[in-house]
Design a protein around this ligand. Structure first.
Ligand SMILES: Cc1cc2nc3c(=O)[nH]c(=O)nc-3n(C[C@H](O)[C@H](O)[C@H](O)COP(=O)(O)OP(=O)(O)OC[C@H]3O[C@@H](n4cnc5c(N)ncnc54)[C@H](O)[C@@H]3O)c2cc1C
Length: 716
């Protein structure tokens, strides 16, 4: 209601300006003719004239009416340079701010909701450098000021910032025009005020802040490097520290473009993913799934049975899988690709030098133009009293520890309700452990929508996992040789006995012990980098889990490309790491896969969305496979064929997601997915049916009603 009234008031005022043709007073000729009358009025009541001029100026600027230039000249003619400048400077800034606020109040929510995702980059730019942009726009009087006021109102810029930057930025232009007003009698035309020379000077002034920013950045860089002695020549173009996904990809790219690159790995080539993460966990999940299928054989017309297996053999298979995949990441392969691989512990000793300590105690020192830090992350172990005494396994140690067991631990406590905790809890429950999963938060897999968490919970519970959410682990201990953990829930304590405790509460970046402290490279939870993945030292980059913000193999590899290209070719062209379409999956059964926004994120970010959902329980192939559960949920921009995000829960959800990842990456909508032939009968048809649901919901009802009449008419 308030908005409507304000719109009507603004429209009425603007309309009256044109209806009464008030613009006729705002011409140079009319001003010159009335100059003497105005001067006489001013002689009589100087303060009243000043006040009226001020108010009229504010109103004209607030309503974005044309004529500000003539009014400025008039004020200059009447009040002279100093008083005139003061008056115009405040009146124009206040008027501009009122226009800014009106645009914000009336339009910002609508514009941000409709185009929020497209405006993300602009919003971020304004949040970071908005004052600088505005200052430049204000200094160069070739940009229409009324447009700047209205457009800035749509951005997240603070009103205070807008006001003061406008006032300072417009000062030079105000001075020029007020001064021209003091010479009104000699002024022949408006174009005479701004000569090409003066416009050029304004433009120079306008780009000055940008140039100043570049110079400051260059000086800062010089200061950062000042205390180090730069080598005259370098042994390598690039040294990569860490042989996980991020390090392997960056070294590979560097070698592919014929740079001299050395990769240093302290432990196992392939890093966490191959040795302790994705690969062993997925191998384990497969065996556990098969055991579960045997247990539920009746679903497939077979006799249900108790899976008869040796846990030791299951774990041996996990290690076989690692061994089979290992050649992909091996020293031999990378050496063959042109990468020098060194097995040792690397430490950065200055911005261009890396010291490598080999296992036999010898060291080697190499200089390099650029360095990539790809040291990954390690399991986070919470400071829980008694934890060290009872002992625990993490994703780092579980594979070797469990390889020595004949049976899965009888009673397994899994600390943590994130993806790794859930994958492990379900697998070991299926392999015979009684699993109790402890999560401090209100639900497991908290980044996903509530309905996804609930499905995951139901699925794990069906496999026998006892899930304790809202339970805080407080301490561990042993009594009579029996290990226990104490958890608190609703003010009550509970003691849970266990044989093995798996700590899966998150992973923290490896940040210490290899030179970051000595070089003063800032870190928080991860190494601090800019959009180009440069650290404080622009020749030292970080990628993968150590850089964040994601902790996935594919994001580590993705960043690996950016750091290789930026470090080798940055003087010509640098690329900002692109996180616009990042998929991921949690490999419990049913799998949970996501790309882009889910509902809870869209709500948190105030992004309007429409939901289309297709239940996989209806899908022919899923019914035939006995996996008819889960859904495809697509978020789209309301009324538009633009995908904001997709969550799939179901068999092979991680694979099904690829079609949506491609669609989002290349701006394809649901119409395109619907128009693509999907093989029958496949699980991938679920994507097409989801698109079909969306299409049905957006069917043009009026056209269909008309078509019905048309067909009736044709029937006669
Ligand atoms: C149980 C588990 C399951 C997972 N499942 C998945 C999954 O299904 N999908 C997925 O995408 N991701 C998964 N992940 C995450 C994935 O493993 C990581 O995101 C990925 O390994 C990160 O790669 P990276 O190159 O950043 O680091 P890493 O793979 O950790 O590699 C870093 C390497 O640097 C070496 N290093 C460290 N410091 C030094 C030094 N000073 N000198 C020399 N070498 C050094 C380390 O030894 C290590 O090998 C899983 C992780 C775990 C633990």
């Amino acid at each position: 209601m308030k908005r409507l009234l304000l719109i009507l008031l603004i429209l009425a005022l603007v309309a009256s300006f044109f209806v009464f043709d008030l613009g006729r007073f705002l011409t140079l000729e009319s001003l010159k003719q009335s100059q003497n009358d105005f001067a006489a009025l001013k002689m009589q009541s100087p303060w009243l004239v000043a006040f009226v001029s001020f108010v009229l100026y504010v109103i004209a600027a607030a309503l974005s009416l044309p004529g500000a230039l003539i009014m400025t000249l008039a004020v200059g003619a009447l009040f002279g340079l100093v008083m005139g400048t003061l008056l115009v400077s405040f009146a124009s800034s206040i008027g501009a701010t009122l226009a800014f606020l009106a645009s914000r109040f009336l339009l910002r929510d609508i514009v941000q909701q409709r185009f929020g995702d497209k405006l993300k980059a602009i919003n971020e730019g304004v949040a970071k450098d908005g004052a600088l942009y505005l200052f430049t726009l204000r200094l160069v009087p070739v940009f229409p000021f009324f447009l700047i006021n209205l457009l800035m109102g749509l951005t997240p810029m603070r009103t205070r910032t807008f006001y003061w930057v406008s006032q300072v930025g417009m000062l030079a232009g105000t001075l020029v025009f007020v001064n021209a007003g003091t010479q009104l009698a000699q002024l022949q035309s408006l174009s005479g005020i701004l000569s090409p020379g003066m416009l050029f000077s304004f433009a120079l002034l306008g780009i000055f802040p940008m140039i100043a920013k570049k110079i400051t950045a260059w000086l800062q860089r010089r200061r950062v490097y000042a205390k180090w002695q730069r080598p005259a020549k370098f042994d390598r173009n690039l040294i990569v520290i860490g042989g996980g996904a991020a390090g392997l990809v960056s070294a590979y790219i560097a070698a592919a473009v014929k740079a001299k690159v050395t990769l240093i790995e302290a432990h196992k080539m392939g890093g966490d993913c191959l040795n302790f993460g994705c690969v062993p966990s997925k191998a384990l999940i497969k065996s556990a799934k098969l055991a579960n299928q045997i247990r539920h054989g009746e679903h497939y017309g077979l006799n249900a049975g108790v899976p008869d297996f040796s846990f030791r053999k299951v774990m041996a298979r996990v290690h076989d899988v690692i061994r089979t995949v290992a050649p992909h990441d091996s020293i031999e392969r990378f050496t063959g690709l042109g990468v020098e691989v060194l097995q040792g512990y690397a430490r950065i000793t200055d911005p261009w030098t890396v010291e490598i300590k080999f296992n036999d105690g010898t060291t080697q020192i190499l200089t390099t133009r650029s360095i990539v830090i790809a040291t990954g992350a390690r399991p986070f172990v919470p400071p829980l009293p008694g934890l060290d005494e009872v002992g625990y396994v993490t994703s780092d140690t579980l594979w070797s520890t469990f390889a020595e067991l004949d049976e899965a631990p009888k009673r397994l406590v899994v600390l943590g309700g994130g993806p790794i905790g859930c994958e492990m809890a379900q697998s070991f429950a299926r392999l015979g452990s009684h699993v109790i999963q402890i999560e401090m938060g209100a639900r497991i897999m908290v980044r996903e929508d509530v309905e996804v968490s609930e499905l995951a919970r139901a699925s794990l519970a069906a496999d026998g996992v006892e899930i304790l959410t809202n339970h805080k682990a407080v301490r561990c201990g042993t009594e009579g040789g029996r290990k226990y953990i104490v958890v608190e829930h609703d003010g009550q304590s509970r003691r849970i006995e266990f044989d093995t405790l798996l700590c899966a509460v998150g992973r923290s970046a490896r940040l210490t012990g290899f030179g970051l402290e000595e070089l003063g490279i800032p870190v928080q939870r991860t190494v601090t980098t800019n959009d180009y993945l440069e650290t404080l030292y622009p020749n030292i980059y970080a990628a993968g889990d150590v850089a964040g913000p994601y902790q996935f193999t594919h994001t580590a590899a993705h960043q690996g490309w950016y750091v290789a290209v930026n470090s080798l070719f940055g003087e010509f062209k640098k690329f900002k790491a692109d996180y616009s379409v990042i998929p991921w999956a949690t490999f419990i059964e049913p799998e949970v896969a996501r790309v882009g926004l889910n509902e809870q994120e869209a709500r948190e970010q105030g992004i309007a969305y429409e939901v289309t959902k297709y239940g996989i329980d209806d899908l022919d192939r899923a019914i035939a496979d006995g996996t008819a559960h889960g859904f495809v949920k697509v978020l789209t921009v309301p009324g538009k064929d633009k995908i904001l995000g997709v969550t799939i829960v179901g068999e092979h959800a991680g694979d099904l997601l690829a079609e949506f990842v491609l669609a989002m990456k290349h701006g394809l909508g649901l119409n395109k997915i619907l128009g693509t032939i999907h093989t029958y009968p496949t699980l991938a048809e679920a994507n097409k049916y989801a698109a079909g649901e969306w299409k049905r919901a957006h069917a043009p009802q009026k056209v269909l009603a008309w078509l019905e009449r048309f067909h009736a008419w044709k029937r006669g």
